[in-house]
Design a protein around this ligand. Structure first.
Ligand SMILES: [Zn+2]
Length: 368
């Protein structure tokens, strides 16, 4: 009987923001025997690959291809911390698998907390052009590493739910390899892994796991690696109620990462129960962070409307944690959407130096 994984957070990295320098120092100090430098970013930061285990099922993974998505880097750091306390779990897993984990593929974006790299290239849309300095490093590794599986680790915005009510705290995808979304053997292998993760987490995270749209993206990594014949599991960490720092998401993400590796170890390329993938609810775009309802503006005519707001995440210079700035993203009738926070402004005053809330601008009003 295998012991159960007992989650713990890596205490060296309590914040959602991970400073690349701090991460590099930590890896060098604690894991120097299993890291190597895969290459460097445009701004000459090292891109590290960590190699764990020497089992027959070969897996490649990468985190922070989008710089402002730290859940997966935390997932690895937390898993390493958990394994210090549960060495049996580590031993058991790494007898079966060998894992090459590219930690923070986009360190320049991670430093500035941006999706894109220093040249404003989206590394996950660079498969065909290979314009970035970072993506070719990964592509070469994946294509020459003789892997059985890949883990393409991301985060998604707070707008997604599983059912219009509950947030999609975790979403998964078995990417398509053609516009027709053909159910190939490679996709079925990916689906079988996702089904196992879903079944393992369903009871602890009910109604908060979804599958991402399988629309074909001709320039993205997951779709092309799948086309290349490599089952590529896409992870998306998402919203959890009142948890904008994504601590709970981080916890479930780490558990899902462990379950994913275990599933790959057990399946070793088999497609058992892949059909159940279609039972996982589909991501729905249904929410904004805040909706102010029935706001009466100070106009010469009677103007009552809704204002939807999304937080913009930023890292101030020299800070060690991100801040959230509310931005107006929709004005008018927002009746079709819901807010994680809903504020009914009926009978209240709209106080602002401007007559109207401006789209794409910071919230410059208060309601009293
Ligand atoms: Zn992403």
């Amino acid at each position: 009987m295998t012991e159960k994984l007992s989650y713990r957070q890596n205490p060296n990295f309590p914040n959602r923001y991970i400073s690349p320098e701090k991460l590099f120092r930590y890896l060098q100090a604690n894991y120097s025997d299993c890291i190597s430098v895969l290459g460097t970013s445009f701004l000459e930061k090292p891109i590290y690959k960590m190699t764990l285990g020497n089992g027959p099922v070969r897996i490649v993974a990468w985190s922070q291809m989008h710089g402002n998505e730290s859940n997966a880097t935390h997932g690895l750091l937390d898993l390493l911390e958990i394994f210090r306390y549960q060495p049996e779990l580590r031993k058991e897993l790494f007898l079966k698998i060998s894992l090459d984990f590219v930690v923070m593929l986009n360190p320049d974006g991670a430093e500035k907390w941006t999706r894109r790299n220093a040249l404003d290239i989206d590394i996950n849309r660079d498969f065909l052009k290979l314009s970035s300095k970072e993506f070719p490093l990964l592509k070469n590794l994946v294509e020459t590493g003789n892997y059985g599986y890949a883990l393409n680790l991301h985060e998604q915005r707070t707008i997604f739910t599983t059912d219009g009510e509950n947030p999609a705290t975790l979403s998964f995808l078995a990417p398509s390899e053609d516009p027709e979304r053909t159910l190939t053997e490679t996709r079925k292998k990916t689906m079988a892994v996702i089904v196992r993760i879903y079944e393992a987490l369903q009871t602890q995270l009910p109604n908060q796991i979804a599958r991402y749209s399988d629309e074909f993206y001709p320039t993205s990594a997951g779709d092309n690696f799948t086309k290349f014949g490599l089952p590529c599991v896409l992870f998306e960490g998402g919203h959890y109620p009142n948890d904008y720092n994504r601590c709970k998401t981080r916890e479930y993400y780490t558990i899902a990462l462990y379950e994913g590796l275990k599933a790959m170890a057990a399946l070793g390329g088999a497609t058992d129960s892949w059909e159940k993938y279609s039972e996982i609810p589909q991501n729905r775009e249904s929410h904004y962070d805040i909706i102010y309802r029935n706001v009466r503006l100070n106009t010469s005519f009677d103007c009552v409307l809704d204002i939807a707001v999304q937080y913009r995440e930023e890292i101030p210079d020299g800070a060690d944690e991100i801040i959230f700035t509310p931005i107006v993203v929709e004005v008018g009738d927002v009746g079709k959407k819901k807010g994680w926070k809903e504020i009914d402004c009926t009978g209240k005053k709209f106080i602002s130096e401007k007559k109207f809330p401006k789209l794409d601008a910071e919230v410059n009003f208060r309601i009293e």
